[in-house]
Design a protein around this ligand. Structure first.
Ligand SMILES: Cc1cc2nc3c(=O)[nH]c(=O)nc-3n(C[C@H](O)[C@H](O)[C@H](O)COP(=O)(O)O)c2cc1C
Length: 265
């Protein structure tokens, strides 16, 4: 019987086969997340293959459907954006030019936001001095890669996006006084839409030939005091960027199957 949405197959997640043997995982706390990661990749792969024997889950959607006949992107683009792109922890030793960053933003800004509010604000961390200040606030597990990435972007949202409504959404300009009063609504809309824009940013970076390493493992209060003091900006994500170096440092984690993650009503 199909599982109702919102009640995923909990039994799958509780399946002992999914848990690595005690002592073979380590806990990494990054921001609000505690991740259990394998110490030995071979052990991890054993666990995954055992799990897949009993309940197949795919990490390669191309094997499930004929993507080529469904997509308007050619397969090289689909691979570069989704199928082969990986979250990066190390990069080629090559500088990222301002022109490339401008290209990344040129694509990012075109992704849709509610009422076209565009709350995302980006700080490019280029100088060694700014990098040192940033790394101080990163979770321990994120410090080394943030120090060595060719470029780092601090993503913030502004909660004063409503002031630009007459330009970004002239049809909604009359709503400025209402939003001026509603700080909570403004904050929620800013956070939601800036997170959407962060997704566009990652795909834009991949489109420009960069490998992205998004992170939420940092002390947001400290980072805001350091970079966003006396501003309406709140930092919510830090993204390391660089040219890919071909290093794959861990196995791909499972992606949820169509039947588990979706329902047709
Ligand atoms: C919003 C967000 C926050 C993340 N935070 C961290 C982090 O703090 N530290 C880290 O090492 N990885 C972090 N990651 C990386 C994810 O674990 C990684 O993107 C995911 O497992 C997919 O990996 P893949 O692209 O190689 O398949 C974050 C990713 C996202 C999208």
């Amino acid at each position: 019987m199909a599982q109702p949405r919102g009640r995923p197959e909990i039994s799958r997640l509780e399946d002992p086969a999914w848990r690595a043997p005690a002592g073979d995982v380590s806990d990494i706390t990054a921001g609000t997340e505690t991740m259990r990661t394998p110490r030995a990749l071979s052990t991890y792969e054993d666990v995954i293959s055992k799990y897949q024997e009993s309940r197949p889950m795919s990490i390669d959607i191309a094997s499930e459907i004929d993507l080529d006949s469904e997509l308007v992107l050619d397969s090289t683009a689909a691979a570069a954006l989704f199928l082969e792109a990986r979250t990066a922890n190390s990069w080629a030793d090559e500088e990222i030019t301002d022109e490339t960053l401008q290209a990344v933003y040129a694509l990012t800004k075109m992704g849709p936001t509610a009422m076209n509010i565009q709350p995302l604000r980006i700080s490019w961390i280029r100088s060694a001095e700014a990098r040192e200040r940033l790394v101080t606030h990163m979770a321990d597990g994120n410090k080394a890669k943030t120090l060595t990435a060719p470029m780092v972007a601090v993503l913030s949202y502004t909660n004063e996006w409503h002031e630009l409504l007459p330009t970004t959404a002239p049809h909604a300009a009359s709503m400025v006084p209402m939003f001026e009063e509603n700080v909570e609504t403004r904050n929620a809309m800013a956070a939601n839409n800036a997170h959407l824009q962060a997704g566009y940013f990652i795909l834009a970076a991949r489109s420009a030939g960069l490998a992205a390493g998004p992170m939420t493992g940092f002390d947001a209060e400290g980072l805001n005091a350091e970079f966003n003091a006396d501003s309406p900006f709140s930092a919510f994500m830090v993204i390391n960027l660089g040219k890919p170096n071909g290093v794959v440092d861990r196995a791909r984690l499972h992606r949820l199957d169509f039947d588990l993650a979706t329902a047709t009503l």
